[in-house]
Each structure stands twice: as structure tokens, then as C-alpha cells.
Design a protein around this ligand. Structure first.
Ligand SMILES: [Ca+2]
Ligand SMILES: [Ca+2]
Length: 102
């Protein structure tokens, strides 16, 4: 399905079998914002105007996904487990620049 960006809140705003990245903490439930849903690798989130933006995530897949602070899978990385849904950890707010599926 590729990459979709829309306004939305809650885990249900993440498309099925996708990783969802949310503009704001708490899956945009406190402050409405954009959610990016993807089922493919994204080497550069600037291509989708979603660079250094994500504050929470929902991995709505059975695959491990790794997110990176720099484009092209560079810099610090964070593994997100299948079905994990969280605010980004300390030091990660508005830093994610690329996304790769295992
Ligand atoms: Ca943010
Ligand atoms: Ca970054």
C-alpha cells in the first residue's frame, strides 16, 4: 500500500499492517495531528514532510521495525516490536528521520 499521511488520532488511525508515526504524544489523542502509515522502508522522511516530527508510534504489524535519528538508516536506532504502541522514549522526540522493516 505504500505511505499514507492523514489527520487522525488513536491507534485506529494507523492503517492495518503498517507502522504508524504520530505528530504528537499519545497517538494525537490530546493534540490532533498527522499520522504517517507505512508498510515500506522510508530512507528519508523529508520526502513526506515528516522529518523530526514523530512523538508516538504504533507498530500495527508482525514485523520488527527499526527507526533511526538520521536519514538513510544512520545515527542512533530504536527497535520497535510487533504491536508495540508507545510515546517515543526520552531523547527521541522529534528526531526520527528514517524507518526500516526487518
Ligand atoms: Ca512531534
Ligand atoms: Ca533526525
Amino acid at each position: 500500500m505504500g505511505v499514507h499521511i492523514e489527520q487522525g488520532a488513536g491507534k485506529e488511525a494507523c492503517r492495518p499492517e503498517c507502522l504508524g508515526l504520530y505528530d504528537n504524544y499519545g497517538f494525537n489523542t490530546r493534540d490532533m495531528g498527522k499520522v504517517l502509515s507505512t508498510d515500506e522502508d522510508i530512507p528519508d522522511l523529508r520526502d513526506y514532510d515528516f522529518n523530526d516530527a514523530a512523538s508516538s508510534f504504533y507498530n500495527n504489524t508482525e514485523r520488527v521495525v527499526t527507526v533511526y535519528k538520521d536519514v538513510k538508516y544512520g545515527g542512533e536506532s530504536l527497535e520497535i516490536q510487533p504491536r508495540e504502541a508507545e510515546d517515543v522514549p526520552a531523547g527521541w522526540n522529534d528526531t526520527i528521520s528514517s524507518v526500516r522493516f526487518a
